[in-house]
Design a protein around this ligand. Sequence first.
Ligand SMILES: C[S@@+](CC[C@H](N)C(=O)[O-])C[C@H]1O[C@@H](n2cnc3c(N)ncnc32)[C@H](O)[C@@H]1O
Length: 275
Amino acid sequence: MNYRHAFHAGNFADLQKHAILLALLAALTKDHTPLAVIDTHAGAGAYDLGGDMARKSGEAQAGIGRLLTATDAPPVFDALLAAVRRLNKGETGPLYPGSPVLIAGALRPTDRYTACELRPDDFATLSATLKPYAFAQASAADGYATARSLAGKGGRTLVLIDPPFERSDDYAQVVATVRAVLDKARTAVLAIWLPLKDLETFDAFLRSLQTVTDDALVAELRLRPLHDPMKMNGCAMVLIGAPPAVEPAIAEATRWLAGALGQAGGSGRTWRTAA
Ligand SMILES: C[S@@+](CC[C@H](N)C(=O)[O-])C[C@H]1O[C@@H](n2cnc3c(N)ncnc32)[C@H](O)[C@@H]1O
């Protein structure tokens, strides 16, 4: 496993994923039903954007760096900006929250959070990051297998699936995990992150997903036209079972990021596979 999220933390893809994640968490913690969150690929928990890896890629500067200085960012980014400020103790600081810090910060003591990370170094940081939260558990186990075994145990289930896509079977594993989770917990909410390089791979994934569910919401963020399949030209969040009230926020985040951070020919479109 070579992937290190520290190179990419705070980039355009994190902004879309994290704004949508926080909107989902706000909607799913409104009533008294306990929420069980499974984060299949959690990463280190939080990132120092002043560190070597982040500085080398420059991705955070073009992402959260731009969002922090934007004067027209829509309200869907308010919760993420507040989490960044909280992590930096109210100052302008170099820290950026990963999904674990965002999820743990949004949950209540009656909820449960399982965060899976296979890399021993990132797992150690993750464990330390989650230590203050009694309802949170860092796990060094495979995230796909953990989601399949834990889904449906205790309250409503939210599964974030955010693989590095460095294994050839990641797409197949994602679909198999969605199938297993929905078999055990029909009302589970799933949020899947995908890179957008070329349309063939993305379409093939969506076709495969349609063998499991015929209604997914796709928030497709193209930073530029998909001419060069060797580049990450954008990303997408695919949502299953998301509360309808969150859909405008999902669309707004995706549209704004395409306009503010994209190049000519970029677009931010949200659509349903069932339509
Ligand atoms: C894209 S990063 C996660 C970022 C994180 N979700 C966030 O938003 O802050 C993917 C992480 O998954 C880890 N990983 C890779 N395969 C895994 C697996 N099968 N189970 C659990 N973790 C895995 C990698 O080491 C990497 O840290």
